[in-house]
Each structure stands twice: as C-alpha cells, then as structure tokens.
Design a protein around this ligand. Structure first.
Ligand SMILES: [Zn+2]
Length: 261
C-alpha cells in the first residue's frame, strides 16, 4: 500500500519555486523527481483552488468562487474517498481545509485538534492564523505522521503566501519564506521517504507585486508541481490542476474515477 504526503505550499508562484526551492530540484537533477508547471483556474484564490485540488472540479463547477464561501466541497474529496476505502487520513493545514472536507463552520475548540474516525480527515491539526510558522506546521505534520502513520497526509503551509501579502512577490521576504520551506522539505521529506512515503509538492496559486493574487496574470496563476517516490511510477504527469485529485487516488491505488468530465 502506497503512502502519500501532499505538500501544498500556499501562494508560491512557479518562478520563485524554480529560484528558491533547491531541495526538490536536487532530486530532479538526480532523476528522482518529475517537475511540471500548472495554471490555476480563475479566480486564483485559495478556497476555490483548494476545492479544485481536493475534488477535481474547477471553481465554476464547484460553485466555490470566493474566499468567504464556507460551504463544504460539493463533491467527494480525496480524503472522503481514501477514508471510505479504509485508509488512514490526516492533515496539518489551514482551517479552511477542515471546512471543505470535514465540518463547517470551523469551531476552534472542537476542530483545531481533530481525532474523528469516520470523518474524511480523521486526524487533523488545523491552524487559523495566516502567520502560523511553517516550522511548527511541519512539526504538526511530523506528530500526525508518527502517531497515526496515515496513508494520505496533507501538509499545507501559509508562510509564503503571508510573506507575499505583506511584501509582494518580488521581495526578499517572499523569497526567504520560500527558502525556509525548502529547508523544511529537505529536513523532513527524507525521513518520511525512509518510512515509505511518496510526495506531491505544489501550490494553489501564485502571487503578484501588488501583494495579492486575484488577477488573471501568469505570476498569479502559474504554479510549480513535483512528484517523487514509488507511488507515481505508473501515473502520468498532469497538465491541469483538475487531474491532481485523481492522480492522488491513483497513487493510493484507489479507483480513480474523477469528479470532472
Ligand atoms: Zn493569499
């Protein structure tokens, strides 16, 4: 049985990923990782893009087209499908993931620490501050990984996006936030690789020089995408964010019927 870590680096534009994320490119250089770039759907906003990644529907079909829409995903998510197949699921993620996949609205007292067998994300640590430190997030993920050995683990960081909103895409603060995440990937992924995990690393949307990501521009829409590990051996490299949910289910060895046409 394959085990997958899905690393979602919020707000990381492809150009900065290529400049600042050396660890996945180290694997690429060695022929151990595949890389491509994807274009996120309009609007290039977080909650619509999360829904696309989780259930394979574009925003126009999911109906989730702005960040204040607190509805759950209207179609089964990768977590719902994995949990229904008897796999163990976990996430260290921004609280919108709990709302899209598990229960909405988010109640910090009830949902920050989630241990709920039968829910799509059975084990979760959900944060709600945009400046939640990425190193603590990876510690959260490591704790979930050690405690529950999930088949599917989402690690969803916000530090790069937050730096972009504060300083813009062309700032050293934004680049340094990406470099800090690169260091965390280099620290943690080899440890999880030794436990048999495969990895999908990508972003939801990019960032622009106006400290935002709403426009229909390349820098807000073009995102990096890496695959490495044995789970992806027979899986084609995707050319759309619509394919990511299906690809993760394929990697887990599950029936991969997509929600989209
Ligand atoms: Zn953002």
């Amino acid at each position: 049985m394959n085990r997958i870590v899905f690393v979602l680096l919020d707000g990381l534009t492809a150009a900065t990923a290529r400049r600042c994320l050396s660890y996945p490119q180290t694997l690429e250089e060695a022929g151990l990782a595949r890389y491509t770039e994807l274009e996120c759907f309009l609007p290039p906003l977080s909650r619509p893009a999360y829904a696309t990644l989780l259930c394979g529907l574009p925003p126009a079909q999911s109906g989730i087209v702005h960040n204040d829409d607190k509805r759950a995903c209207p179609a089964p998510t990768i977590f719902a499908r994995a949990q229904a197949a008897g796999l163990v699921t976990a996430a260290a993620a921004y609280y919108w993931m709990s709302e899209l996949c598990n229960t909405t609205p988010f109640d910090p007292a009830g949902h920050r620490l989630t241990n709920a067998p039968g829910m799509p994300i059975e084990h979760g640590l959900f944060y709600s501050n945009d400046d939640y430190p990425d190193n603590e997030l990876f510690n959260d993920a490591a704790a979930l990984c050690q405690a529950f050995q999930p088949h599917l683990l989402l690690i969803h960081s916000m530090g790069i996006d937050h730096a972009g909103h504060c300083h813009g895409v062309h700032s050293q603060e934004y680049r340094n936030a990406a470099r800090r995440v690169d260091g965390l990937l280099a620290r943690w992924l080899p440890l999880w690789q030794n436990k048999g995990y495969s990895f999908l690393v990508t972003s939801d949307h990019g960032m622009d020089e106006d400290h935002s990501h709403n426009d229909n521009t390349e820098i807000t829409r073009r995102v990096p995408f890496w695959l490495f590990g044995p789970a992806w051996e027979n899986v084609p490299t995707p050319d759309s964010q619509l394919e990511i949910a299906r690809l993760i289910l394929q990697g887990l060895g599950l029936n991969s019927k997509a929600n989209h046409a």
